[in-house]
Design a protein around this ligand. Sequence first.
Ligand SMILES: C[S@@+](CC[C@H](N)C(=O)[O-])C[C@H]1O[C@@H](n2cnc3c(N)ncnc32)[C@H](O)[C@@H]1O
Length: 213
Amino acid sequence: MDKIIYAAQLQYLSQFKNQNDKLITEMEKFAKEHNVPILSWQAAAFLEVLIKMVNPKRVLEIGTAIAYSSIRIARNLKKKGVVHTIEKSKDNIVLAKGYIKKSGVEEKIKIMEGNAFEIMPELEKKYDFIFLDADKNEYSRLFQLSVPLLKKGGVIFVDNLLWGGNTAADKVPPKLQASTEFIRKFNKEFIADPRIKAVIIPVGDGLGIGVKN
Ligand SMILES: C[S@@+](CC[C@H](N)C(=O)[O-])C[C@H]1O[C@@H](n2cnc3c(N)ncnc32)[C@H](O)[C@@H]1O
């Protein structure tokens, strides 16, 4: 990630990372040791503030992994707020359930087990906030499924749009070329979509934020 912007500034800002939460620190350690991709701490901290600002009642997350972001979202919702989070990996679902149990916000998080492509078209009620964080080659198609599920004025939040710096790089490692091309194409679609007002910002691994018109 240091490749992305200003290593010295990022280093300076790292002192402001909140490290006081035992469960969150344990999950970050687990994710690092087991190569589970989760939001960077900068993006997660930003997401928490955004959740407080938007105050969504219904949040849809596409890509739970171990529920790191689900828990951080749920903890910042008001009393009646809920997170519905979609995950297809059985192994990740087991891990996510274990962490959710310890989170203190179990009643706010519902895991929808299965493939987002099958689950999303069946969803009837719209959402105030959608967090898209699944496989990068599926971003465009999942975005197309997301927009109709978003209420007017609702927010869509997308991670990894700088893809470790690769979307902006001249030379991309061979094994990341296909995923980088998918994200580059997605970024153009996201910004040009007339249904949302969107921006991409260099926080964490690059965040897309859009508000539905
Ligand atoms: C980047 S991780 C999610 C990280 C999580 N949002 C966080 O920040 O803590 C992506 C997850 O999406 C899941 N996933 C990818 N494509 C999916 C799909 N089509 N349907 C359901 N889950 C999917 C993967 O199994 C993986 O666990």
